[in-house]
Design a protein around this ligand. Structure first.
Ligand code: NAD
Length: 286
């Protein structure tokens, strides 16, 4: 069966809209998210447009700051300084990737951890690593765990989770979250030996690799729950191209107990969790 990320993201946004109203009525706070886009990367423009639209839809304040590709690092740092000091801004997101002349790590370090709704600041990743509930947790990994729980229920204790990928954005934080849920976690990566056999031992298999349809049916234990994070565009005969995940959906779907589709699985949950982080930042620090 499919785990419907679109429907779960809608449920989450409905709950958040109620929370936003409560914050307004009880504390006079309207959560505000500011997204900074440097340059004209087409994929980033689409992501930002969707973030802005969904932020407004649940009653939050959305600000978009567009800066040209040749913006200096200092100009971006100055903008962040203003936003860090603006009490109406509860969440700041700098859309990645940034142009090559800007030091991404420095930019992430400059965002106030309390406003770092992407959860990439070392203070937040450190807190996540320590199991500290004060962490703002990266959005895609949060979405993965919510999708797994949607199918398996809240208790993931004792399940063997195999995560393919060790990036700071997805692989590592999703592994830490699954560990917090008392899963036994194995992190696999490009140098892992016998990857297919290892994956076939997973009760929960998370693929965050960036390789189209890499995971095949014989990599999956019958009855496993499969969370496909990958977003890959492949060529089609009509020239339009098509989005596929890191999992060969048609091959794996009959073997797995449940699987997230691409598109319509993890993707919609990422933005919903960004809104969730912003509401949380406003509630805690607003
Ligand atoms: P990344 O390139 O930073 O990391 C990929 C990881 O995969 C690395 O840790 C690498 O060791 C591992 N890897 C590469 N080749 C491998 C192989 N042959 N076997 C085993 N492991 C291998 O990528 P990322 O930022 O973590 O993103 C992964 C995928 O998830 C991409 O397709 C990306 O587009 C997608 N993504 C989706 C969302 C979403 O909202 N759905 C968000 C972030 C990333």
């Amino acid at each position: 069966m499919n785990i419907d990320g679109k429907a779960l993201a809608q449920e989450l946004r409905n709950d958040l809209a109620v929370e936003v109203k409560q914050l307004q009525e009880e504390r006079g706070i309207t959560p505000g998210l500011t997204v900074i886009l440097v340059g004209e990367d087409p994929a980033s423009q689409v992501y930002v447009r969707n973030k802005v639209r969904q932020t407004k839809e649940i009653g939050m304040i959305s600000n978009e700051i567009k800066m040209p590709a040749e913006t200096s690092q200092q100009a971006l740092l100055d903008e962040l300084d203003k936003l860090n000091n603006d009490p109406a801004v509860h969440g700041i997101l700098v859309q990645l990737p940034l142009p090559k002349h800007i030091d991404e790590a420095l930019i992430i370090d400059t965002i106030l951890p309390e406003k770092d709704v992407d959860g990439f600041h070392p203070m937040n990743s450190g807190r996540l690593c320590n199991g500290d509930a004060a962490a703002l947790v990266p959005c895609t990994p949060q979405g993965c765990v919510l999708l797994a729980k949607k199918h398996l229920g809240d208790n993931l204790c004792g399940k063997h989770a195999v995560v393919i990928g060790r990036s700071n954005i997805v692989g590592k934080p999703v592994s830490l979250l699954l560990l917090q849920e008392s899963c036994t976690v194995t992190i696999a990566h490009s140098r892992t030996k016998d990857l297919a056999a290892l994956c076939a031992t997973a009760d929960i298999l998370v693929a965050a690799v960036g390789r189209p349809e890499m995971v095949k049916a014989d990599w999956v234990k019958p009855g496993a729950t499969v969370i496909d994070v990958g977003i890959n565009r492949i060529a089609t005969e009509d020239g339009k191209g098509r989005l596929v995940g890191d999992v060969d959906f048609a091959d794996v779907e009959p073997v797995a107990d449940a699987i997230t589709p691409v598109p319509g699985g993890v993707g919609p949950m990422t933005i919903a969790c960004l809104l969730k982080n912003t509401v949380e930042a406003a509630r805690r620090f607003g």
